[in-house]
Design a protein around this ligand. Sequence first.
Ligand code: GLU
Length: 398
Amino acid sequence: MKLSEKASGICPSKTMSLAAMTRKMKQDGVPIIDFGAGEPDFDTPQHIKDAAKEALDNNFTKYAPSAGTEELRSAIADKLKNDNGLNYSYNEIVVSNGSKHALFNAFLAILEQGDEVIIPAPYWLSYTEMVSIAGGVPVIAYTNVMTGYKATEEILKKHLSEKTKAIIINSPNNPTGMVYTKEELEKIADFAVRNDIYVISDEVYEKLIYSGKMQHISIASLNNEIKKRTIVVNGLSKSYAMTGWRVGYTASDVTIASAISNIQSHTTSNINSIALKAAYAALKGDQSCVEEMLNEFKHRRDYIYQRVSDIPYLSCLIPKGAFYLFIDISKLCGEKVDGKKIKDGADVARILLDKYNVAVVPGESFGYDDHIRISFAVGMEDIVEGIDRIENFVKDNF
Ligand code: GLU
């Protein structure tokens, strides 16, 4: 028996497999510090959990419309208007099982076999695989530290072809934490409109921006032309500590939204009914929980950035948003540890895990094999201990 070409070409998600592995190691009593998957360590706020309990008590446990209840889709439309200056009606919103599912639906809705999608690197590791499963071809557009790891029109232009169907913009970015300014987005929007391509705008980290002066701008909000060709993707996992609930959504032109909803009606139908009510409570309830988590993330960001910057041979940019530090380890490459030459971030990640009990994600997952990513969505005590161990790794071996 043979697997499909599609399935055999797909690599497992490194972040997910690392999360499963560290969970198992913790259960087995290994004193692991987990800087792997980006998952807020906070509990889901109480009022959101209460809404879920109420949904159960009221027997809100049956099928709902595939794209989500009108109640929740309208709440999302209100959020997009109030937070992002975007006007969508509820029927242009589709609620999916997490932003991941929303993204995948978006690719299925717009890609023909062989269509190219420009993915600026560093990129979140699932984009490439999702594009491939949907029949598209991921085209990686490498950026550099000089542009703050951001895509510019010049970089995108080099990767444009007759087959280009879409570009992915992810701001704040996973794994770099970079945030695009309005001016930068305007140039990318002009480029997309001029070349008649879609923009998939992954905005899942929008609430996590650490500089008061910077603001999250949705590219779709810049003008009507770009709005028509943008699929905004967002979710509640990161802003409301709701990773396990699986609530994400797309906002797009109604034709695209209907296609996404049709696809979903044959695959998963609605997301679980309890989460529909919990998500409504999250969006309509008191927002101070978001602010509190943001403040704590900022505190951790400041600490972790300072500590890592002080470690010789390692370098990184200060993340303006999200909760990751993308560390350049190229100065360690070519050096020997225990008689073996370090080739890349994967070697560093392996040594950190095996000898120092620290889990980090190798940069190859994000298109840069001489980097590692650490997530600071973990408690302060673990951050201090984990960075001490990384510092010891460098001190002991270089
Ligand atoms: N998006 C998070 C990360 O990059 C969670 C894991 C995943 O979905 O890949 O770590």
